[in-house]
Design a protein around this ligand. Structure first.
Ligand SMILES: [Zn+2]
Length: 313
């Protein structure tokens, strides 16, 4: 069974505020997943809230307490302008982080085969001590850290196909060989990090793999990177768990990128990772929503992604 770890709060963050990372993103995804032909194969599970201890697996205590103690009556900017919080945002961010850990726990425990978490706010730009790029807490990094510290794993792979580089996730695990971070992203592009020669340091040297692509990159270029680089890297690493930072903003219709993926590419990339997970770790995959800003392309791409998680090849 594939879990969908949802919460109404994911549709309340930034409500009433005009932002491209909009509550409608969550609404269209949930509407699609509840009405798709394979919805019977999905287990809809309400997300738990993360406690402070989980957040501090990745984030500085002072940053966590600064965020959680803010009194938010009207929209406030958390960084230099693109990350905004409204009254529901703190609770939404706690549940977004909680969803990833909950999904990881349920998949590790065998209660689910895989899971997709349609969380808002997203996470991969959030740094140890600051909000950035629409992200407050780094949801996928928190799930990976939980798999290591509580799940007892020693090799967790994060594949990040959001069109933007996941600077926050890279930094958290840059000198750590217990997480293999692989990012496929448009470059040069926001946030400016993710050069191919950024490969990790110390014990983590070689465990960060950046695969930058130029604007205009299409399905064949992306899938080529999977076949030539990503799948072989996973074969070498033999992950015990695969996490996906699933952004859908490399779609051709997306307003925030110059990449040209079709809907079907997201299904194909998912099938390749699923095969890899079946080969190395009993099929264990948890996918966390990151970007994706054209509502129709987002709903279509999420459907293609989740269908590939659910359906036997
Ligand atoms: Zn993105």
């Amino acid at each position: 069974m594939t879990g969908i770890i949802y919460h109404r709060l994911f549709g309340e963050h930034l409500q009433g505020y005009n932002h491209v990372e909009s509550p409608e993103r969550y609404e269209v995804i949930m509407k699609r997943l509840r009405n798709c032909p394979f919805s019977g194969g999905l287990d809809f599970i309400e997300a738990e809230s993360a406690g402070v201890k989980l957040l501090e697996l990745v984030h500085d205590g002072k940053y966590v307490s600064d965020i959680l103690s803010m009194k938010i009556d009207s929209p406030v900017v958390l960084d230099w302008g693109d990350t905004v919080a409204t009254p529901a945002s703190q609770q939404a961010a706690l549940h977004a982080a909680g969803a990833g850990v909950q999904a990881a726990r349920l998949v590790l425990g065998g209660e689910l085969d895989s899971a997709f978490c349609p969380v808002r706010p997203p996470g991969h730009h959030a740094e140890r001590d600051r909000a950035m790029g629409f992200c407050i807490f780094n949801n996928v990094a928190i799930a990976a850290s939980w798999l290591i510290s509580e799940g007892g794993l020693g090799r967790v792979a994060i594949v990040d196909w959001d069109v933007h580089h996941g600077n926050g996730t890279e930094h958290v695990f840059f000198d750590d060989d217990r997480v293999l971070y692989i990012s496929l992203h448009q470059y040069p592009h926001y946030p400016g990090t993710g050069h191919f020669n950024s490969v990790g340091s110390g014990k983590g040297a070689g465990y960060t793999i950046n695969l930058p692509v130029g604007a205009g990159a299409d399905d064949s270029l992306y899938l080529g990177k999977f076949h030539e680089r990503i799948i072989p890297a996973l074969d070498g690493y033999r992950p015990e768990f695969i996490l996906i930072s699933a952004g859908f903003d490399a779609h051709g219709d997306d307003p925030l990128s110059g990449c040209r993926l079709t809907t079907g590419a997201f299904g194909e990339m998912t099938r390749l990772l699923r095969e890899s997970a079946q080969k190395h770790c009993g099929g264990r995959i948890v996918s966390m929503l990151e970007g994706g800003y054209d509502l129709e392309a987002l709903a279509d791409s999420v459907e293609s992604h989740v269908e590939a998680l659910v359906t036997e090849a």
